[in-house]
Design a binder for this molecule. Structure first.
Ligand code: NDP
Length: 348
């Protein structure tokens, strides 16, 4: 009931900025926007917090010298955004209309009227790691099953590990993991690779990497932590169990952009394309974090992106106010407008 009342009240208002998504980039955008006195709503998604919610320790985010659990870190981000007045709602966006100002956003399907309106929108819906769908894969996530070698590699010193995939990500993760692991098994379902020749060469030449081609993965084993992986040869059917303690799935990511198809420019995989700084092809709609970035995919880079998007949105809004509140501007016209952050310097 309380949620419904809040929805109907909020529906009458036009937010300055609505942030869609609640990982590091979404919350950072909200911190900056709300702190700049912009009326800000974060539509967090039903699963709040993004990919860090399925991570255990985060040891490489500056400022947490002893590390921090991914979910705890996201709680802190959220609390910091709330402190400056950002509102939150843990619902999924089901539809957007960016053809008119203010932009319109639906969290309910089947209603003509949008539930929310905003003068600017920041999209931080992130990307989801693809998983194999093995019986025990999800249960052992954060206990040896990982989708990010950069994040979790250092927890596996002198351990035997497996990486699944045949693209550049799999090669890169396998090579990265050799810094820590005693041995890395690269498991690929075919006998040729999508990965670039140079990455393949490096993997084949690395004495710590054993490449298993034509290999199917049946399951990852272990009660409370990964203790092995069961595989079979796709040509002969011969099965074996590798005694690994870490299992890295590197079969690609899927950006969460389904609702923006046909509306925002994206590449062939679905990552959003920005035109100028963080602005998309629609003036007033910005994108930040993993939904744009398939290269770095780190909490700290996503947070940095969220900051950039909020500053861009703030400057764009201010430029709209200075020029004409009804019309939107071309991307090239707004970049020089200065942002004013109350009580601080421009980029504080
Ligand atoms: P890719 O789509 O290139 O590769 C995915 C790999 O996972 C493929 O080998 C695919 O096998 C395998 N795979 C997919 N689904 C399954 C499944 N269900 N079971 C088993 N295997 C599966 O994704 P990447 O993340 O590797 O790369 C994405 C893009 O990013 C690429 O363009 C890549 O070049 C780029 N990139 C560049 C880097 C760099 O330049 N340093 C680093 C990392 C990525 P199959 O081949 O049989 O389809």
């Amino acid at each position: 009931m309380a949620e419904n009342r809040r929805d109907s009240t909020a529906a009458q208002a036009v937010y300055d900025i609505i942030v869609i998504g609640s990982g590091p980039s979404g919350y950072t955008a909200a911190i900056y926007a709300a702190r700049a006195n912009l009326r800000t709503l974060v539509i967090q998604g039903e699963q709040t917090g993004g990919q860090l919610m399925i991570t255990s320790d985060v040891e490489n985010y500056p400022g947490f010298e002893d590390g921090i659990l991914g979910p705890d870190m996201m709680d802190k981000f959220e609390a910091q955004a709330r402190r400056f007045g950002a509102e939150m709602i843990a619902r999924d966006v089901v539809k957007v209309d960016f053809t008119q100002q203010p932009f319109q956003i639906w969290i309910e399907s089947g209603t003509t009227e949008p539930q929310y309106r905003a003068r600017a929108v920041i999209i931080s819906t992130g990307a989801s790691a693809k998983w194999l769908g093995l019986p025990n894969e999800q249960r052992l996530q954060g206990r040896g099953v990982s989708g990010c070698a950069t994040c979790d590699g250092p927890f596996f010193r002198n351990r035997e590990l497996a990486v699944v995939g045949g693209g550049d990500t799999a090669m890169e993760e396998a090579l990265f993991l050799t810094k820590y692991a005693s041995q890395v098994h690269l498991l690929h379902r075919r006998d040729s690779f999508r990965a670039s020749k140079i990455m393949q060469k490096r993997a084949y030449e690395n004495p710590k990497i054993t490449i298993h081609t034509n290999t199917g993965v049946d399951d990852v084993l272990g009660e409370n932590a990964v203790e092995g992986v069961r595989i079979h040869d796709l040509k002969t059917g011969a099965a074996e169990t590798l005694p690994v303690q870490g299992f890295f799935v590197a079969i690609g990511h899927q950006p969460n952009t389904g609702i923006f198809k046909g509306i925002l420019d994206m590449d062939e995989v679905g990552y959003l394309k920005t035109r100028e700084w963080t602005m998309t092809n629609i003036p007033g709609v910005f994108a930040a974090g993993d939904v744009v970035d398939h290269r770095y995919r780190q909490a700290v880079t996503a947070a940095g992106d969220g900051c950039r998007a909020a500053i861009d949105a703030e400057r764009w809004l201010e430029a709209q106010g200075e020029v004409n509140t009804a019309d939107v501007m071309d991307p090239g016209e707004w970049g020089t407008a200065r942002a004013v952050v109350p009580g601080g310097s421009e980029n504080a």
